[in-house]
Write a protein that binds this ligand. Structure first.
Ligand SMILES: [Zn+2]
Length: 87
């Protein structure tokens, strides 16, 4: 994948209505859920460290859990809407 291809794909994700819905759901959930706020803070710290040129590794247990959450959300959103269109 080239840089251009990545940026095009990223724009599609960011521009899509589904991404906006997911973002809204995340924001709504986060406003009421302390554990997830902690997760978000960890991600923010990771980004800050990354920008500062320091390397930071997430704990494997967190990485695994986070990936599962993202994947299940993704499946829920995209596969559900795809099935609705096809049926
Ligand atoms: Zn939560």
């Amino acid at each position: 994948m080239t840089c251009d291809e990545l940026l095009i794909a990223l724009n599609e994700v960011v521009d899509s209505e589904t991404a906006l819905e997911i973002y809204k759901e995340f924001a709504a959930h986060l406003s009421n859920c302390n554990p997830c706020q902690v997760v978000l803070d960890n991600i923010r710290q990771t980004i800050t460290l990354f920008q500062a040129g320091q390397e930071y590794h997430m704990p494997p247990s967190f990485q695994e859990k986070y990936q599962q959450i993202i994947e299940s959300k993704w499946d829920e959103k995209f596969h559900k809407s795809k099935n609705e269109k096809n049926s």
